[in-house]
Design a protein around this ligand. Structure first.
Ligand code: SF4
Length: 68
């Protein structure tokens, strides 16, 4: 399970990296950068919170390399 962010949809509001800096970091141009690792099932609530933080729905979860 990995986090994917559609940078074409992202409007750089910053909620994701302010709320979940353990999952997403801020690039110098204010774009979000996903920390490149698989998430554990225990991190699923944080991932759901992260997804909910985005006002434009740019964040999704991917399982086995596929986006549901
Ligand atoms: S919360 Fe959404 S719109 Fe805001 S920086 Fe993160 S991905 Fe982009």
């Amino acid at each position: 399970m990995r986090i994917k962010i559609n940078l074409k949809t992202c409007i750089k509001t910053g909620q994701c990296y302010y709320m979940h800096p353990d999952l997403v970091q801020r690039a110098p141009d204010d774009s979000p950068v996903v920390i490149d690792r698989d998430l554990t099932e225990e991190e699923r609530p944080d991932a759901d919170s992260l997804i909910g933080s985005c006002p434009v729905g740019a964040i999704r979860l991917s399982r086995n390399g596929r986006t549901p």
